[in-house]
Design a protein around this ligand. Structure first.
Ligand code: ATR
Length: 272
């Protein structure tokens, strides 16, 4: 059977094995999908050992997404734009690196949540790797604007400058934001992931019918989604759909088959 795995440090919490096992069952693909723990200084050797053992593909999670891009012999355009890879596919004797995170969030927003992003004003909170990875896929939906707000303004300005040739992106600070409001507000920060904190964002960011989207997924409501409730946001979603859709996109890259993602929501969030 063809071998796949998710590689990370830590990796024990990853839902990818459960997701891909369900995709394989539903599509009849003959494959196994494991968890691979790599030491912090041992990513490349773990990946090579996996290839020697006949590994066909990997999902890459924290903190190895940059290293995954660096070791690949061939890189997709979207992984290059993201500056990171979450998916590796063995082709001949080299690794092909891709990034399916951006496609995953766009698909969750548009297909699952029914949001047409065309002509919308989008606010992206954060300017790290997660924010960078979604910019070009968001541009592909023809939004009116993508605005970046970050705790450290210089990073927001640098990210916007790096992508200004590719789409309608600008950086703001709480001072230059003024009274602007947004249709979609995406949390691409790690704020509140480890401990509960007060978020540094201004009041009044949301239009009356706005969607708040957290790229973080957790079993309990995330810090960001709890904050959006206090802002009386019309609709909100966490990153479960993004997690499922990026996995489906990786599965498609590896197997050429697009799995139905709907059953995964019931599997991973029973009773919702
Ligand atoms: P990732 O690859 O997950 O994006 P990262 O590159 O470390 O990780 O970026 C983390 C993001 O979360 C950054 O935008 C960071 O803001 P700074 O650039 O100001 O560091 C943001 N972040 C982390 N903790 C935060 C907090 N307590 N409040 C607001 N933003 C926070």
């Amino acid at each position: 059977m063809d071998r796949y795995a998710v590689i990370g440090n830590p990796v024990a919490h990853s839902k990818s094995p459960q997701i891909h096992a369900a995709f394989a069952r539903a599509t009849g693909e003959r494959m196994v999908y494991e968890r691979l723990f790599a030491p912090l200084d041992g990513f490349a050797s773990a990946v090579e050992a996996f290839a020697r053992d006949g590994g066909h593909g990997l999902n890459v999670t924290v903190p190895f997404k940059l290293e995954a891009l660096a070791l690949a012999g061939e890189v997709s355009e979207r992984a290059r734009a993201a500056g990171a890879a979450n998916t590796l596919k063995r082709i001949g004797n080299l690794w092909y690196a891709d990034n399916t995170d951006g496609a995953g969030i766009v698909r969750d927003l548009t297909a699952n949540l029914g949001v047409d992003l065309a002509d919308k004003d989008i606010l992206l909170l954060g300017a790290g790797g997660a924010a960078r990875g979604v910019l070009v896929p968001l541009f592909g939906q023809a939004p009116r604007s993508v605005t970046i707000l970050n705790r450290t303004p210089a990073r927001a300005a640098a990210l916007a400058a790096a992508f200004v040739d590719r789409g309608p992106v600008t950086a703001v600070t709480p001072d230059t934001l003024g009274e602007r409001q947004f249709d979609v507000v995406i949390n691409a920060t790690s704020a509140g992931l480890v401990e509960e904190i007060a978020l540094p964002w201004p009041q009044g960011l949301f239009r009356p019918d706005a969607l708040a989207y957290d790229m973080i997924y957790a079993d309990a409501p995330t810090t960001f989604l709890r904050w959006t409730r206090s802002q009386r946001v019309a609709r909100s979603a966490d990153g479960l759909g993004m997690l499922i859709e990026q996995a489906a996109e990786s599965f498609f890259l590896w197997r050429g088959v697009r799995p139905d993602t709907l059953p995964l929501f019931a599997l991973l969030r029973p009773g919702a």
